[in-house]
Design a protein around this ligand. Structure first.
Ligand code: MG
Length: 167
């Protein structure tokens, strides 16, 4: 028997992703292309922020994870712009009766420094989620030269979202 629970006014979700960095691939972060000699080795475009965001959204709704919805074994997702994954997941969230309230992103990357890109990433996320800029936070951290992020072998991202009951 399923335990009944009150309808929550808010739901929280968190997501995490990490990708290996290799020479000669493009580096996409939050839907923004970053100038870098290395990029992500991945089945799709390897955008760790969008992948962690999707897991956070799905997690808040208890709808599984990104691999359940977009299996890496499925060739239709090869090289895909991860913004398209976000566009497919948002209606699933809306269908549960919740809207996205705010998003807090932390990116872990040693190089290049992301300071010059943070506003562009926030703007892109705001556009993808149809939210005002003040609801989107993007923070960037290095890993103090500790592996694998600190040794420039990987990039990672952690995303927390808050959903609010909208119906
Ligand atoms: Mg990923």
């Amino acid at each position: 028997m399923t335990k009944t629970a009150p309808v929550l006014p808010f739901k929280i979700g968190q997501g995490y992703d990490l990708h290996r960095l290799v020479v000669g691939q493009k580096l996409m972060i939050g839907g923004v292309q970053i100038e870098s000699p290395v990029g992500c080795e991945a089945h799709s475009d390897g955008d760790v922020v969008l992948h962690a965001l999707i897991d956070a959204l799905l997690g808040a709704c208890a709808l599984g994870d990104i691999g359940d919805h977009f299996p890496p074994s499925d060739d239709q997702y090869k090289g895909m712009d991860s913004s398209a994954f976000v566009a497919k997941v948002l209606p699933l969230v809306t269908d549960t009766g919740y809207g996205t309230g705010n998003v807090d992103v932390t990116i872990f990357l040693e190089k290049p420094k992301l300071g010059p890109y943070k506003l562009a990433i926030r703007e892109k996320l705001a556009q993808l989620l149809d939210l005002p800029l003040h609801c989107i936070s993007v923070k960037a951290k290095t890993a103090e030269k500790f592996p694998p992020v600190g040794t420039q072998e990987a990039i990672a991202a952690s995303v927390t979202v808050l959903l609010y009951l909208s119906t």
